[in-house]
Design a protein around this ligand. Structure first.
Ligand code: ATP
Ligand code: MG
Ligand code: FE
Length: 345
């Protein structure tokens, strides 16, 4: 089964081809291509939705051509066309959904709308050493921060989530007020390498709340207060402030993940989403889990943030698990807001 996947929920256009064999084999990535709009949005300090939609239109077909060339397959060989149905920016989603359904209709092949977060969640299955169910998932992206118990495809139980900002947002907003551009997560974490994480005592919100929820809005405010207090000293102490910010975010993520493991009794963790690329998070989670003999799985670094491969993979795994049937229904409707647990039936 050859599956074409298209991602266009935000500021990355991604296209990929995944092949699903029969039985329990993990589907295989044949090729993927990605165009990031980050440079285009940087001038505005954030994603401009209208510009995002227009750029997806420009990029999606050339990316698809590149993917078919790389995989050595033809468009006519595609069995199912998958696209991101939500959540995300409505106009951006409409591009992937429109192109996906147009291709499906032209080829007389069924289509499948995929949940973007399920794509992130299943992206570690694209790695050379894929996880096995069940596991605790730490989903840490630009818009979401959730701990889940995952028993199989479509079997997700929410254990806890952020009550305000996402972890990626905490990185990005802190970075922005330090003048590190957009999206600031990677820049902040690079700068942090030269800093001392113990210099500024920043809050670890909800660390001892007794539940598995997160809160990062207060941390961002604390960083702002600290930056104001530093005044013209900020430039000289920026690396220390970056390191202290990163340490606060990572400590909360790691400790709550360990708590989720204790609570569920599970021995396996899967990290997914853009913040999963963070080096300190990987180091600290690896160290903590090694002590507990818990296995940790990550997506490959370049597949942590948005991409088409995870969308094709999620479609392949849903079809394989019998969770869904692709249909010749080309009247797409996108879902800018779409809770993940609505997939669990
Ligand atoms: P969502 O998937 O919730 O809709 P999104 O698609 O915007 O949101 P992702 O693409 O998964 O989110 O991830 C982007 C986020 O990851 C940004 O907030 C970015 O700053 C953050 N990020 C990427 N790399 C790193 C890193 N090395 N350290 C910290 N944060 C990072
Ligand atoms: Mg992005
Ligand atoms: Fe995402």
């Amino acid at each position: 089964l050859l599956i074409l996947g298209i991602e266009s929920s935000c500021d990355e256009t991604g296209v990929a081809l995944v092949e699903a064999q029969g039985g329990a084999h993990v589907p295989r990535l044949l090729a993927h291509a990605l165009h990031s709009q980050i440079e285009m949005h940087q001038a505005y300090g954030g994603v401009v939705p209208e510009l995002a939609s227009r750029d997806h239109i420009r990029r999606v077909l050339p990316l698809a051509e590149a993917v078919f060339a790389e995989a050595g397959r033809t468009l006519g060989a595609v069995d199912v066309v998958a696209f991101t149905r939500g959540p995300g920016l409505a106009g951006a989603l409409l591009v992937g959904a429109g192109v996906g359904c147009a291709l499906g209709a032209a080829l007389d092949k069924p289509v499948l709308g995929v949940h973007h977060l399920e794509g992130h969640l299943l992206s570690p299955f694209l790695s050379a050493d894929p996880p096995e169910f069940p596991f605790v998932a730490l989903l840490v992206s630009g818009g979401h921060t959730q701990l889940m118990r995952v028993d199989g495809v479509g079997q997700y139980a929410l254990l806890g989530e952020t009550i305000d900002d996402a972890a990626g947002e905490a990185f990005d907003k802190s970075a922005k007020l330090m003048g590190l551009g957009y999206p600031g997560g990677p820049a902040l974490s690079r700068l942090a390498q030269q800093g001392d994480p113990t210099v500024f005592a920043l809050p670890r919100p909800l660390l001892h709340s007794g539940d598995l929820d997160f809160s990062f809005a207060g941390l961002k405010t604390a960083v702002l207060t600290q930056a104001r207090k530093l005044g013209d000293q900020l430039e000289a102490r920026k690396a220390d402030l970056a390191a202290s910010t990163q340490a606060a975010i990572v400590e909360v993520l790691v400790k709550k993940t360990l708590k989720a493991l204790r609570q569920t009794g599970l021995q396996r963790v899967v990290v997914a989403g853009g913040v999963g690329a963070n080096r300190l998070l990987r180091e600290q989670l690896d160290a903590a889990c090694a002590r507990q003999r818990v296995r940790v799985h990550y997506p490959e670094l370049h597949l942590c943030t948005d991409n088409g491969a995870m969308i094709a993979m999620a479609a392949a795994m849903r079809l394989q698990a019998g969770r869904e049937q692709a249909r010749r229904d080309y009247a797409f409707d996108v879902k800018p807001r779409w809770p993940l647990d609505s997939l669990c039936t």
